[in-house]
Design a protein around this ligand. Structure first.
Ligand SMILES: [Zn+2]
Length: 265
């Protein structure tokens, strides 16, 4: 019963305002991860998803914010925080976010799901949806918070002639513009990105949530404060930044596969 309450309270906090990757990015991460599940993990997960692709659950955490049970509980399960030298120890996450962050969230999920076979199916399914989303959010550059830099990028820029928040450019605009794809074309995008060797996949999936987030933070740190408010961004911006976005999508995908294989394999 105690475990049930913990899961419920965690899921209540799963609603939040910021999106992370848009639907294309999250679904692509989930699709690639699904292709790299072990047979055991695939079978155990399908007991709860009944064949629904993980990609279709990948933005659930962003969608529930509009539903009454989640409206009241704005918490930070979509981002995490680290020091300027990209370390994210527990005390920093506790001090700055009350442990409501993607790294702590994935740690909690792993712990709670140790006995997932004894939990109600609906709760395990919601936990799967949270894991699929949170590992993606680790790697969205606009979701990496630093103790000296909020890096939320919620200020306007002009992206191909249209005024949008820079946050939205990172979440959606950049990868859509570079790939020429939109949701639901995630399978095609996954085909293009799922090209790393087994060795590369294993290397990026070493460790667990904190290592994965810190790795992303090191990738993102050189890019903070480089785009001023009102900047006009076009093809030059896309050419310069798409490599980072695609790198993070790939890392997220192979780490998500590791997370699901560890918990359900
Ligand atoms: Zn999110």
């Amino acid at each position: 019963m105690k475990k049930l309450v913990l899961i419920l309270s965690l899921l209540t906090f799963c609603a939040f305002q910021a999106q992370g990757w848009g639907r294309l990015g999250h679904a692509t991460i989930a699709e690639i991860a699904q292709r790299h599940l072990t047979p055991a993990a695939r079978a155990n997960i399908e007991n709860y998803t009944h064949g629904t692709p993980l990609a279709e659950y990948a933005s659930w955490m962003d969608e529930v914010v509009a539903t009454p049970p989640y409206k009241e509980s704005l918490a930070g399960w979509h981002a995490s925080i680290c020091t300027p030298d990209c370390r994210s120890p527990l005390y920093i996450r506790r001090l700055r976010r009350g442990c409501k962050d993607t790294v702590s969230g994935l740690d909690m999920m792993r712990e709670m799901l140790k006995d997932y076979r004894e939990m109600p199916d609906s709760m395990v399914l919601e936990a799967i949806k949270c894991i699929v989303h949170m590992v993606g959010d680790f790697h969205c550059p606009a979701h990496v918070r630093f103790t000296d830099e909020v890096n939320e990028l919620k200020y306007p820029v002009v992206f191909f002639g249209k005024e949008v928040l820079l946050h939205h450019v990172w979440d959606t605009g950049l990868i859509q513009r570079a790939s020429g794809l939109t949701y639901p074309d995630y399978k095609e995008f996954a085909d293009r990105l799922d090209t790393w060797t087994r060795r590369q996949q294993r290397r990026v999936a070493r460790g667990w949530a904190r290592e994965w987030f810190e790795d992303c933070a090191r990738d993102v740190r050189p890019y903070i404060r480089t785009i001023p408010e009102g900047a006009e961004l076009g093809q030059e911006f896309v050419d310069k930044h798409i490599a980072l976005a695609e790198l993070e999508l790939r890392k997220a995908a192979y780490q998500l596969a590791k997370a699901l294989n560890t918990i359900f394999g």
